[in-house]
Ligand binder design. Structure first.
Ligand SMILES: Cc1ncc(COP(=O)(O)O)c(C=O)c1O
Length: 427
């Protein structure tokens, strides 16, 4: 069936408006490692999807999935050693203050659990987050999205400007002063919650501010904001849905940005495509949550999730993907950085392992964001067989976030295509 026909049927079956990437949407029929194939057999290098972290259709994960499903898959109200072992292994990958795990099926659910945990543990309701974040799509979690908009700065949620050095809160401050300026805004947000009578339960933030556009953070901000939150009686929730699972070249984004969260949320890559997410915290925090909530999630904490989750961790270790993310990511980011001086429309390149942002701008002097350029660049790269996207506060940041099996050879091929696209735009 022609792709156009599938699209028309999709609009009817799923409701028109369900988002698709690209002016001419792709119909992908097969994945293998870092590659995706459309119905005509055309091959694309996937440089966007972090879910298949150990590669599309990874055979070890597929086998673990099939074998477990063929043996047993039940809900969580029976004892299952596999689930316990997986939870122990996951907690063991974190800092010492993370001991127990609540499993769920999506990042949104895991964030919701984290918020409930923090509220129950502190006995307070107020939450703070950045003004350009995304943590999920339920009514509660979705209310954190775009909280920077004045109309949303009410009730139990407050936003603060995400820390960045490219478009700083105030020009001409030293890094130390800039850090202080951002911390002051966090303090204002907390104070506002206290004055409103909701009290302060938690700060939630992505450990590398992925959806904000992967900013360069003033040094010490993350550890100092953690201290501030603790002094104010709150907990720090690290959303590791994008930054976790070796993405930065370390297991966790919070290791990269150097702070110790109280609650950690993981999702997307955990199951390499099988819905699997987790909220992890100190035993006392998890026990208090369990006592209050009697939390049950039918397809979570199952033998299937555990078998697949273990296979993903095994594959990350066997293929040394932390090292791969660190090395390939650093080289690709370095190569892209060397293009900043060649093209005035590239404002900045920021890298964090195999997660790289390329900031597209109209004018170097005032750093005016160019979302249209980011869009047309992603279209041109697609035409050359490379799938990227764009994000950030202004949607002008090219987002490069491939499966962790992305190689130096893939990076070289991409750089060739990137240069051709950039030269084409100048012509
Ligand atoms: C940082 C972050 N947290 C949470 C989520 C929500 O995850 P899910 O789509 O699995 O509910 C997302 C999704 O994009 C995300 O980027």
């Amino acid at each position: 069936m022609a792709t156009g026909t599938v699209q028309r049927r999709r609009d009817m079956a799923l409701g028109s408006g369900a988002e698709l990437f690209y002016d001419t949407p792709l119909e992908i029929v097969r994945g293998d490692g870092v590659y995706l194939y459309d119905r005509d057999g055309r091959r694309y290098v996937d440089m966007y999807n972090n879910v298949p972290c150990v590669g599309h259709a990874n055979p070890v994960v597929v086998r673990a999935m099939a074998e477990q499903q063929a043996t047993l898959n039940v809900h969580s109200r029976y004892l299952n050693e596999g689930v316990v072992t997986f939870a122990e292994r996951l907690a063991g990958l974190h800092h010492d203050g993370i001991e127990s795990v609540v499993f769920s099926c999506s990042g949104t659910e895991a964030v919701e659990v984290a918020i409930q945990m923090a509220r129950i543990f502190t006995g307070k309701r107020g939450l703070i987050c950045t003004d350009a974040t995304y943590h999920g799509n339920s009514e509660l979690v979705g209310s954190l999205t775009n909280v920077g908009h004045a109309t949303k700065q009410t009730g139990e949620i407050r936003g603060f400007p995400f820390p960045e050095r490219y478009r700083p809160l105030q020009e001409e401050l030293s890094e130390e002063e800039l850090c202080e300026a951002y911390l002051a805004r966090v303090a204002v947000a907390i104070e506002s919650l206290k004055t409103a009578g909701t009290g302060f339960a938690a700060l939630i933030m992505c450990s590398i501010f992925a959806n904000e556009g992967l900013p360069e953070i003033p040094s010490d901000f993350m550890s100092r904001v953690t201290d501030l939150v603790h002094r104010e009686g709150g907990l720090v929730i690290a959303d590791e849905v994008q930054s976790g699972y070796a993405r930065t070249g370390l297991w966790w984004g919070y290791e990269k940005t150097q702070f110790q969260p109280d609650i950690v949320v993981t999702g997307k890559p955990m199951g390499n495509g099988l819905p699997l997410a987790a909220t992890a915290a100190r035993r006392e925090v998890v026990d208090t949550f369990r006592a209050e909530m009697d939390y049950f999630n039918t397809c979570a904490s199952t033998p299937l999730q555990a078998a697949v989750g273990m296979a993903v961790l095994d594959e990350i270790e066997r293929m040394e993907l932390l090292k791969n993310a660190a090395e390939v990511g650093a080289r690709l980011a370095g190569e892209l950085e060397s293009r900043v001086d060649l093209h005035s429309v590239i404002g900045d390149v920021r890298g964090c392992g195999l997660f790289i942002s390329v900031e597209m701008i109209k004018n170097d002097a005032i750093r005016e964001p160019d979302a249209a350029l980011a869009n047309s660049l992603s279209e041109s790269l697609k035409d050359k067989g490379f799938l990227v996207s764009y994000s950030g506060r202004f949607n002008n940041v090219l987002k490069i976030r491939p499966p962790l099996v992305f190689s130096h050879a893939n990076a070289d091929e991409f750089l060739g295509a990137f240069d051709e696209c950039m030269d084409g735009m100048r012509a």
